[in-house]
Design a protein around this ligand. Sequence first.
Ligand SMILES: C[S@@+](CC[C@H](N)C(=O)[O-])C[C@H]1O[C@@H](n2cnc3c(N)ncnc32)[C@H](O)[C@@H]1O
Length: 239
Amino acid sequence: MVAGKIAPAAYCVTDKISRASVALGIDCGIVLSTLLGHKMQPNEIGRSYDTIANVWQEPHIQSNGIAQFERAIKFTKIRNHALDIGCGSSGRFFDFLLKHGFQVEGIDISEKMVALARQRHPNVPLHQADICTWNLPREYDFISAWDSTWHLPLEKQELVLRKICEGLTQNGVFIFTTGGLDEPGEKSDSCMGPPMYYSVLGIPKTLELLTRFGCICRHLEYDQYPEQHLYVIAQRIQQ
Ligand SMILES: C[S@@+](CC[C@H](N)C(=O)[O-])C[C@H]1O[C@@H](n2cnc3c(N)ncnc32)[C@H](O)[C@@H]1O
């Protein structure tokens, strides 16, 4: 384990979120001390995001990840159905995917994120659920999980990766972010304000599992280097 080495919160929204945490009056040290010995579960992550859901509606978020989605979408052959996992409240990926001809759906565990997303996209089917236990209702030609699945308990990562890979159509594309570590790792912090938990499988295990679950890695990039923020584009090659 390499606890403490993941820095997933250190992406472009960190400054704003830190300011939000000050506004909320949350003290990192106090929150961390209550976290010691406790691994947050998805429903607790959802409640944490409820308290900061409005941050993802701020204008500076609206371009985050779009260039990476542009790259991913070039690999798609069919553009019928798309799913955004941990969609948050911004709706920018819905707009992107709708513009490219997809019918889109979103899933997020945070009640507040889903409520805000619904205000912006009343016609997009939105599921308030935990991706660990939610059964994909169909196969998708494009699935995204941008800065979301790194919140799953480490022991659920493999199960969810399998579910997603097997939920892609032939040639379906999956884009997701993770931490660019060499081995599995997990950590808890309150850098965004409320307590959060993160876990990653590490690059070797992630690539091994993608292959085992019928996908091939088309692109892998540290897009905020020297931060450990890593995005991966994978494509289903076997049914
Ligand atoms: C950092 S936000 C990113 C939101 C969005 N993807 C974006 O980039 O704007 C992480 C999102 O993942 C969601 N999330 C975390 N764990 C989840 C789970 N187990 N199932 C579904 N959504 C989850 C959170 O509620 C939150 O909305």
